[in-house]
Write a protein that binds this ligand. Structure first.
Ligand code: NAG
Ligand code: NAG
Ligand code: NAG
Length: 198
């Protein structure tokens, strides 16, 4: 009788232990699969961005035309009460910065790296949810370079901040929109001897 009791107690413990192990591995699986990951950028999109260059306090509007198949990232930047600046980045590392008009200027910069890949946020650290610009967002951070806010429901980007304080607020996000090639053609003075090149 005593032996039976002991066995039953042991058995109960075993069952409990198994249940605990099972549930802890279940909850572990659950927490891993429930950690959100950022949605990769669409291969082509147009976004209207409201930018706050907080370091200087200045504001600007940017039309961002991201085009991975064409290896091209175009920012058309309207500075508040200032110039309209074209920033055309190519995946081979060459970037053209130019303005039009009477004092049109051009600057060419060669970078070591090309444009951002659609999955550039892979491996970002999840920081939880936060309401920003009135939207409930999942927030990630990557290599102390970018803080990225994505709408929990629509999974569209709402905002991203760079390490230097520049804040980008997404006003429109048109998946599949493509910039006309002629709009990314650098003006002839980029290719004359006067163009400053680095
Ligand atoms: C821009 O960012 C700075 C620093 O966070 C903030 O003080 C300022 O109010 C912002 N300006 C606008 C117009 O959002
Ligand atoms: C990169 O591509 C652009 C656009 O085709 C071109 O204008 C530029 O010269 C290229 N740069 C290099 C280093 O090949
Ligand atoms: C062009 O530059 C000149 C000399 O700096 C300046 O006087 C003029 O106002 C500028 N014109 C425009 C359209 O920005």
């Amino acid at each position: 009788m005593k032996v039976m009791k002991l066995n039953r107690a042991c058995l109960t413990h075993l069952v409990l232990l198994q249940l605990l192990l099972k549930s802890s591995s279940l909850s572990q699986q659950w927490s891993i699969s429930s950690t959100p990951t950022p949605t990769p950028w669409p291969e082509q999109f147009h976004a209207l961005l409201y930018m706050n260059l907080s370091a200087s306090g200045h504001l600007q509007i940017s039309n961002l035309w991201y085009d991975w198949p064409k290896g091209r990232n175009v920012n058309i930047l309207q500075k508040q009460l200032g110039e309209l600046l074209y920033d055309v980045e190519w995946n081979n590392g060459t970037s053209f910065y130019y303005t039009f008009g009477a004092n049109g200027s051009c600057k060419i910069i060669e970078f070591e790296v090309g444009i951002l890949r659609p999955n550039f946020l892979d491996g970002a650290t999840y920081l939880g949810t936060q309401v920003t610009d009135g939207f409930l967002c999942n927030v990630w951070e990557k290599v102390d370079f970018i803080w990225y806010y994505e709408d929990v429901v629509s999974r569209r980007p709402v905002r991203w901040d760079f390490y230097d304080g520049i804040m980008n607020h997404v006003i429109t996000f048109e998946v599949g929109a493509v910039l006309e090639d002629s709009m990314s053609q650098a003006p002839s003075y980029c290719f004359s001897d006067q163009a400053s090149s680095q």
